[in-house]
Design a protein around this ligand. Sequence first.
Ligand SMILES: *Cc1c(COP(=O)(O)O)cnc(C)c1O
Length: 377
Amino acid sequence: MTREPIEFIDLKAQRRHLGDRIDHAVTRVLNEGRYILGPEVGQLEAALAEFCGAKHAISCGNGTDALALILMAEGVRPGQAIMVPSFTFCATAEVVAWLGAVPIFIDVAPDTYNMDPVSLESGIATARHLGLRPVGVIPVDLFGQPADYDQLLPVAEAEGLWVLADAAQSFGATYKGRSVGTFGMATSTSFFPAKPLGCYGDGGAIFTDDEKLPDILRSLRVHGSGTDKYDNVRIGMNGRLDTIQAAILIEKLKIFPGEIAARNRIATRYNEGLGDIVRVPVVAEGSTSVWAQYTIELDRRDEAAAALKQDGVPTAIYYPRPLHRQTAYQRYPSAKAGLAVSDAIAARVLSLPMHPYLDEDVQDYIIGSLRRFVTGK
Ligand SMILES: *Cc1c(COP(=O)(O)O)cnc(C)c1O
């Protein structure tokens, strides 16, 4: 059988679905000529805030800058410690190190892969033991599912720490009826093209209900500007979202609810097709996921990936190495109780093609390929 190559994330199919709406939006920005902080940036921020129910949305250059801007606004500095999961993308810890503070690696729960509240307590104790001042926690909503905020927030609060939700993978998901973007002191997200809500370049946003943070964040993203751009009242960065990307995101946000529904239909079909032969993803009761990744766990993971590749099925490993095992990060401390889950799952996880435009016959082919590998028939 000849078929189109299977895409891991099919952005071309989304582009076909969008028709010429993006072209018109981009052309409008080109004709208006307001490439930096044009009107679309504010329009997008209002639409994003309304979408998730946060009081304020502040767009920025990417998901890493979103994290960094919040840490800068909080005045994070050397001597301080911030709790981050080890099983995440490096940016979560990287921004802590940028500011001279110390990331403390926390283990994740074996079911959801999100930050484990017991390990969080251990990590806070570890930080104090090392003579550092723990100030904050950055839970990650891994693979599109919110972290367990009802468990994590009280631990942080009891210790006097703020919580910054790294929602780079989960914008659009819900936790106990509330949308991602409304938990903790602030939330960061990313619009990198492959994220559930992606633009056609780099982009990011911050959400908060705090009344003071938005002005500080808006100043920090324009070099710490005060009343005008040659009045600099703090050390900031160039961290703005391009007007063109904002215009693209306004269009993509309109189809996002339908895409989230499609991602969930596809995840359910994978669960049904694979649940008897591999460990399929667990979404906690009361949570919804936007399926940034559909990640299974199985024995002989690398052989499985090779067999799927032979069949023309692309896969990816998120993440082959937890941060505490990586060259740049291994010198930072881990929660004293250890990171056994992060170490164990790194050898067993495999992410399958997942995007809203995955046809049923292509998905059946993927399921069939994996079943042949696991069952030998
Ligand atoms: C993608 C991602 C980021 C960084 O976002 P960029 O827009 O690529 O800078 C941060 N944290 C997590 C968990 C991510 O997946």
